[in-house]
Every structure is written in C-alpha cells, then in structure tokens.
Design a protein around this ligand. Structure first.
Ligand SMILES: Nc1ncnc2c1ncn2[C@@H]1O[C@H](COP(=O)(O)OP(=O)(O)OP(=O)(O)O)[C@@H](O)[C@H]1O
Length: 658
C-alpha cells in the first residue's frame, strides 16, 4: 500500500468502525501507529467535527495503560483523522472467532483488565458507551480498551454498529442516558462472549442471561455471579465497577461486596448532564506536590454500632493538616487554585487540587497531544505534533486575594438585589427580633475572624424566648462540631425519621429505614454561591449522604451532592420534577474512612455550575440551565437506603465559603 494520510504512511488496513476505517501506518519517525480516517460524509459536517474533537479530548484523559492513547487528531473539513498508539494483537472478537473462547486465568485477566479500563474511563468523568469485543485489543502487554467517546456519534450503522447494539443495556435501548451502570452491562456481555463465544442478544430485545433467570451458563464461581448481576435489566441491581474489581481480585468477600444499593428514593435519572468533570474550572497543577491527594488510610473506627453511644472522633493526627478556614488554601508553591472568575477554590484540608484530568496531584497525566513534548512513553510513537490543547491560566496571588476580599465583602452587602447572592431569610432558625441577618457592621470584623466563629451574644429577650442559638453571621462559615450544637436544624419532614446531633466531635445523622434528614447549617442568611467542604464517614448501615446548597423547605428543593455507601457520587436537583441523577463511581472511595467532600454551587451566565470533588479529585459536575434554584440553606444530609436498616453517618467538619 502506498498511501499517505497527512504525515503518516499507510502500511495496511486494520479494520472498519462506524465512523471510519482504521489503518496501520508509520509516523515520520518510522513508528507504528493506528490512523482512523473518518468517513467523508461525517468529516464534512462541522457539528460532527466539533463533537469529535471534544470527545477525543475527553478520551485523552483516560489512563494510558488501559487504552490505546491518542497521539494526534486532524480536523480539516476535507479530512478528519485520529491517530492512536498501535496495539499489536487481535481484538477479542477475532481471537474468539479464530481460536475459541477464553478460559482460566486468561478469561479472568480479560475480565479484570476491562473492568480496570472502565474504572479509568469513569475516573476520567466519562462513560464508555460502546464496550464490545472488537473494541478490546489483546496486545502483548494485556488487553486494551479502545473506541470510547466517539463511536456513538456515528449512530448504529454497519457491522460495528450491529455488534455494539448487542452490548447495549436495556435502559440505553429505551433511549435513556448512558451511565456507568450501562458500561457494567456491556462488561457482562463481553465477559460472557469471551467465555462462551455466545453473543448477548442486546438490551433492546431482552437478555437470556438476565440475573432474574438461572444466571449465565458457561461461567463459574465469582464470574458467574458477577456477570449475572452485570446483565441485570435493572441498573440498580448491577454491581459497580469497584465491586467487580474487589470481587475479582479477592480484595473483599464477594458475597458481601456485590450488593449495590438501589437508587435512592426520589432520584430518577432524567436530565442529561453536560460533562461529569468540570473543565470549566481549570485548576492549576502544582509542579511537585509533596502530599498525596487522597487522605491517608485511617485506622479502623472505634465507633460503636449503637447510635446511642457517643461517636469517637477520629484522631486528627491521621488527617492532613487543615488550612486556616478563612484563608485561600495555597499550593506548596504558594499558588492558590483559582476559578476562572478569580475566586479561590477551597482545598479540602490543604490537599493539592486534582488535575482537570481527574488525576491526583503528583500523578503523571495521560499523554495529551500538544502537552507532552516528545510524545509518549515506552512503545509510544510519540512526537506527534500538537493539535489541540487546553490553556490553563496561571493564577496571580494578589488577584486572588483581592477577589477573596471582594467576595467576602459582597456577602455582607445589604440585600438590595445588587449582588443577587442574598435574599431575606426564610429559614432555618432566624426569628424576627433576634437580630439575625448579616449587616456590614456586624460582619466587617467577622471576615477576618478565624472559625469556629463566635456565637453572637443573644439579647436577653432572645435568650429567654428560645433555646435555639442565634444563627451565624460569620462568613466563611465553619463548624468542627467540637462544641455545643450551634443550631443546625432539620427540615420539617425529616423530623421523626431519625436523629441528628453533635456527638463525640462530629455531627452525627442517624436516618431510619427510608428516612431522609437534611440538616441546615445555622446561617443567618440564605446562600447563593458557595463552596462547601465537609469531612464525612459512614458509621453504620447503607444509604446516601453528603452536603447540599440552595435548600428551601418549601418545595423540598435543594441541590444535593450525594455519595452512596456503595461508592457512587451524584448531583441531584431535588424537589422539582423531573429530578435528575447521574451516578459516577468515586475512585478509591472507602465509606468507613473519613472522606473529604468539596461541593460548589456557582452561578454563571449560562446557569448554575455544580461540581463535586471527593478526596481532592473531581468526580462529577453539572450545569443547571433549567431554572436554577435561587439562594437557600446549606447543610448536610443522610438518606437511608429503602428497605435497609438505616444509615448512620458522622460529619467531622463543615466549612462554607464563597
Ligand atoms: N490502536 C489500534 N491498534 C490496533 N488495531 C486497532 C487500533 N484501533 C483500532 N484497531 C482495529 O480497527 C478496528 C476498528 O476500530 P474502531 O476504533 O474503528 O472500532 P469501532 O469502535 O467499531 O469504531 P467506531 O468508534 O467508529 O464505531 C478494531 O476492531 C481493531 O481491530
């Protein structure tokens, strides 16, 4: 073959996908690459090219070890192509067709490798959407998963589309949004195919190996159980990827680790999200951060199972140092992370901010054309010219400090609507005559006051009128729950559904079965834009828990940043139909350990940007364009899993700032 594609000299044809043909080629340095040439009909469509670039850029965030890293992209209207590392080996479909099904450790390696790849895809904030045997390359160093991100743009035409349709989950076949659980369904189909050579019949037409039946024939032991569950019609009954990995690697007892909590009541997946991680907030990557992004492992909790017994506060020596609550957290190099608007991004516990790739600080980023001089690592053709890149603005410390002061001062401006960030307080505990509500006089000094903030001195009349402490006027707000209850209040419908109280240096919420307890922070004014940082651990039971912003008891509305004890994260707009949920696995999440949640609600021109970071890593982000909630309460919540025995969680600290 004597064809060239740009600077790449074609050697042979590798295969055909829905979006185009794939060729083995050599780059100008003679190294082998795979070049996917997009079909001219699609290449001529500017909207397709735009999406193709976005998807390819997103795909480049996935850990290189699990896939064929993207090296180059060309997006002229005459020619669109994507260059990836060449993986020298057959795809799974060819392997099974030519040599029959896999068995033994080969099958288990395939199952683990594809699950690890999905974990990496999800950790990058993506859903694969197109896992299938021809998209798994059996390279010399193990299976690599290709094809995520862009395949679905072309629709289901051709043989590749036919194959893909066999691995599509029932909910996707119904037209619902792809989720991590739909990838798990495809994983079950792939492993079933690898083990038996039988193609699944596809989510749209019903699946003979649905777990409701006897389970998948031809599989044994843990894989039989996992694949059976993975192929369940109900996404809530499928195991999460972390559970699959734990079961396959023996890290925990599969009998207890395979149960995934069903979707919590009131959370129906409807509204599409834009991008699971938040590219709108470019965080500055520290050059050489000396600390890990995930808090170190904590010793087993000394927590009694009886909720009546006080909680033992975790030893703070085991946690990373906490930055002063009213100062922007600084990188080791002294540079704070910034929002595009110049406001500081609060660090949880002084941890370095995660890379926009979803990488923990200190990890190497995946290869990204235009970012890594000289191309990739061993075996990489590398040296591909940059085709795109994401500019990352350098923060200016002085600018951030000024922005912080402006933000702090604007919080306390009179509520004349000029800032749009404050409304007259409707909740939680403020009463007329108690002097509640920040004023410039009372708060000017408070801006510089270190938390825990002092209680306002109640007037004699207030003190006798109510036992509820006066709400806080100090912003940023912080409570480390080491003292008395400062007036945290549960929403009306949460009363009688469980208990909430400070205990043992934590704020403990015990929700009974089906109980939902949102507990608002004792703030004197509703909050619009806020970044909330909370440390939380599950003490007992299963359910969801987290923090919320813009809460209003009326209409039961709030944005919930929710984690399930099974390790999924979501951002939920509650109290308004349709509610919406996208569940994303949280890498490395251990419910019994202290986890750091960082949630932000920030209004912009196009809507309200909601994003959640867990243990320093961005996991889910959402832009609410549809009638975003106005200001409201902020706080913590716990919701017991339906049918379970309840959930008991402890928040060790809660901090909110603009
Ligand atoms: N990096 C690579 N190294 C080796 N072979 C590859 C590589 N990428 C693709 N191939 C081969 O080309 C075939 C088609 O790949 P392609 O990415 O087009 O699959 P697809 O997911 O069906 O495509 P689409 O995304 O357009 O639907 C694969 O099954 C594989 O055999």
């Amino acid at each position: 073959m004597n064809t060239v594609i740009g600077p790449y000299r074609v050697v042979s044809r590798l295969g055909q996908g829905r979006t185009g043909e794939v060729f083995l080629a050599r780059d100008p340095d003679g190294r082998q690459v795979a070049v996917k040439v997009v079909h001219p009909r699609l290449a001529a469509d500017p909207a397709f090219r735009r999406r193709f670039q976005q998807e390819a850029e997103a795909a480049s965030r996935v850990a290189r070890s699990c896939t064929a890293p993207i090296l180059d992209i060309r997006l002229d209207d005459g020619q669109v192509y994507l260059v990836t590392e060449y993986v020298d080996g057959p795809d799974l479909r060819r392997r099974v067709t030519d040599h029959g099904p896999l068995s033994g450790s080969g099958l288990e390696t395939l199952a683990v490798s594809t699950a690890v790849a999905l974990q990496a895809v999800h950790a990058a904030g993506l859903v694969h959407q197109d896992l299938k045997p021809s998209g798994i390359l059996l390279g010399p160093l193990g299976p690599r998963v290709i094809g995520f991100g862009v395949a679905h743009l072309a629709g289901p035409a051709g043989p590749a589309g036919e194959e893909a349709s066999l691995y599509i989950s029932p909910e996707r076949a119904r037209g619902e949004e792809a989720t991590a659980a739909s990838d798990v369904f495809a994983w079950g189909g792939v492993v079933l195919y690898a083990a038996t050579g039988r193609q699944p019949s596809g989510g749209g037409t019903g699946h003979p190996d649905d777990h409701a039946g006897p389970g998948p024939t031809g599989l044994h032991g843990v894989l039989h159980d996992l694949v059976g569950r993975a192929l369940a019609r109900d996404p809530g009954r499928r195991p999460g990827v972390p559970e699959i990995l734990r079961a396959l690697t023996g890290a925990s007892d599969p009998a207890t680790s395979l149960v995934r909590p069903p979707t919590a009541a009131g959370e129906q997946p409807v509204e599409p999200f834009d991008v699971p991680t938040n590219p709108a907030i470019p965080l500055v990557r520290p050059p050489a951060p000396p600390v890990a992004a995930v808090p170190p492992a904590l010793p087993p909790l000394d927590v009694p199972t009886n909720p009546a017994v006080p909680l033992t506060r975790l030893p703070s020596a085991d946690l990373p140092a906490v930055h002063p609550p009213d100062l922007p957290a600084a990188h080791p190099d002294g540079l704070p992370t910034t929002h595009p608007n110049g406001l500081p991004t609060a660090h949880p516990d002084g941890l370095p901010a995660a890379h926009p790739d979803g990488l923990a600080a200190g990890e190497q980023p995946p290869h990204r054309p235009g970012r890594i001089p000289g191309g990739g690592g061993p075996g990489s053709p590398g040296a591909a010219p940059p085709r795109w890149g994401r500019s990352v603005a350098a923060p200016v410390l002085a600018g951030v400090a000024i922005a912080l002061v402006i933000a702090a001062v604007s919080f306390f401006l009179p509520r004349d609507g000029a800032t749009g960030d404050r409304e007259p307080l409707a909740q939680p505990a403020a009463t007329a005559g108690d002097g509640a509500g920040p004023t410039p006089e009372t708060t000017a000094g408070a801006v510089a006051t270190l938390s825990p903030s002092p209680q306002p001195t109640p007037s004699p009349s207030t003190a006798t009128a109510t036992a509820t402490p006066a709400p806080e006027r100090v912003w940023p707000f912080r409570d480390d729950f080491t003292g008395e209850d400062r007036g945290w209040s549960v929403a009306a419908w949460g009363k009688g559904k469980g208990r909430h109280r400070p205990a043992g240096g934590a704020y403990r919420i015990t929700a009974r079965s089906d109980g939902y307890l949102p507990v608002a922070a004792p703030l004197a004014a509703p909050v619009k834009n806020a970044t909330i940082t909370a440390k939380v651990q599950v003490l007992n039971g299963t359910g969801t828990f987290g923090v919320f912003c813009r809460g209003r008891d009326a209409g039961a509305r709030r944005y919930e940043f929710s984690i399930s004890s099974g390790g999924d994260a979501s951002i939920v707009k509650s109290g308004e139909a349709p509610a919406s949920v996208k569940r994303v696995p949280v890498p490395g999440f251990r419910p019994a350990r202290l986890n750091v949640l960082q949630a932000s609600c920030l209004s912009g021109k196009t809507g309200t940007r909601l994003s959640l970071r867990v243990n320093g890593r961005g996991v889910v982000s959402r832009l609410d364009r549809e009638r975003p909630f106005a200001s409201g309460s902020i706080g913590v919540f716990a919701r017991a899993q339906g049918g379970g025995s309840g959930v008991d969680v402890g928040f060790n600290s809660f901090e909110a700032r603009s």
